[in-house]
Design a protein around this ligand. Structure first.
Ligand code: HCA
Ligand code: CU
Length: 373
């Protein structure tokens, strides 16, 4: 628990999220997204590299000038030219990543490590001299030789880098593996540790959580998890995971804004919010089977680990189906202001089940049966 308490979210919808196949954000849309994420309470917003395009450059400058609470970061390759351009935009911090495939090859074979340390040192030293927050990371950390990664990170740590990052670029890591790597790194360096995890095999939330348990201080997310391929740790999913451990861990965030964030991004990138999405999926707080409904009506915690009201949402008891139970039907009768005896409600429940066996039915059908009695 202790290790979970001091963490920050690096919200990368405007960087990793822009790499999602359907994503194209205009300047106005970026400002809208940044403003909403800031109102939510994301501690950092990461923006696409200013070298990506002329508008990417001017958008960095504009968002850096909005005066948001969140610290504004941009993301660049590990070169002095990129670093200078990033500083020119006026952002608060620069996330540097070594990311050419030739570096990756050399890195995983353990070659040219001294060259990488040399380059990283030049770029980190320059950025520190410019007074910005500096993060140094390696792409595809997990499939690199860990001894090499640790050598490079120890070198930049000595220079006073603010943060180093472990990136599971291909989504291959497991929670145990991430835990072990971050734990080892935690023992070796003084800088903060960031984790960036892709979701190719469905572990992105669990891996981010394991990283925090091992002592990571910063987690990268995007709204709905959008990013390259099937994306990264989703903001709402990370929040749900932390809330399930202890709601106090996420009370610093404006949780009801998650719904607006998910809806905004879904609209802008032209996808539906997934039916099984954390918190904002359309059925996330709908209870169906009679036994569940009865227990939830008595005490919602029986089948709810997340309280919908903390997210500005409401629970729904689904009654119009054959798995229904008379407690749920009685609750519906009370909602309609009807004063029916238990016997009457049980009889109507039987009728609902008969009707439902013959095909799908609606709440209106249930209400008609209740009102007719
Ligand atoms: C990229 C790769 C990256 C970087 C992560 C990071 C990855 O698109 O540049 O800088 O922490 O997944 O490795 O997103
Ligand atoms: Cu990534």
């Amino acid at each position: 628990m202790m290790s979970l308490q001091n963490f920050s979210i690096i919200e990368s919808t405007l960087r990793e999220g822009e790499q999602f196949v359907n994503a194209f954000f205009s300047t106005e849309e970026k400002i809208q997204i940044a403003t909403l994420l800031d109102a939510f309470g994301a501690e950092y917003l990461e923006l696409t590299s200013p070298l990506a395009s002329p508008e990417s450059y001017s958008d960095c400058c504009k968002i850096a000038k909005l005066g948001l609470e969140a610290k504004i970061l941009t993301h660049t390759r590990c070169t002095l030219t990129d670093a200078q351009k990033a500083v020119d935009t006026g952002v608060d911090g620069v996330d540097v990543v070594i990311g050419t495939s030739s570096y990756l090859r050399e890195f995983s074979h353990g070659k040219e490590i001294d060259e990488i340390i040399d380059l990283a040192s030049k770029v980190v030293t320059y950025l520190l001299s410019q007074g910005v927050e500096v993060r140094f990371s390696t792409e595809d950390s997990l499939r690199s030789d860990m001894a090499d990664i640790f050598r490079v990170y120890e070198a930049v740590d000595q220079l006073g880098v603010h943060r180093v990052g472990i990136a599971d670029t291909v989504g291959v890591g497991t929670p145990h593996q991430i835990y072990a790597i971050i734990k080892e790194l935690r023992g070796r360096i003084a800088a903060d540790i960031e984790f960036h995890g892709h979701n190719d095999s469905g572990c992105a939330i669990a891996n981010a959580y394991a990283a925090l348990e091992a002592g990571a201080t910063h987690i990268d997310t995007s709204v709905l998890g959008i990013g390259e391929r099937n994306g990264i740790t989703p903001l709402g999913g990370l929040v749900a995971r932390l809330y399930a451990t202890d709601p106090a861990l996420v009370k610093k965030y404006n949780l009801p804004l998650l719904r607006r964030l998910d809806a905004l991004i879904a609209r802008l990138v032209r996808v539906d919010i997934p039916f099984n999405n954390y918190i904002t999926g359309f059925a996330s707080f709908t209870h169906k089977a009679g036994i569940h409904a009865k227990a939830v009506l008595n005490n919602p915690s029986t089948y709810e680990i997340l309280k919908p009201e903390d997210f500005g949402l409401t629970r729904y008891i689904h009654v119009a189906h054959r798995l229904t139970g008379w407690n749920a039907v009685k609750d519906r009768a009370e909602q309609l202001g009807l004063d029916l005896s238990d016997e009457q409600v049980k009889y109507i429940t039987g009728r609902i089940k008969q009707m439902a066996d013959n095909g799908s039915m609606t709440l209106d059908d249930v209400d008609s049966l209740l009102l007719a009695d």
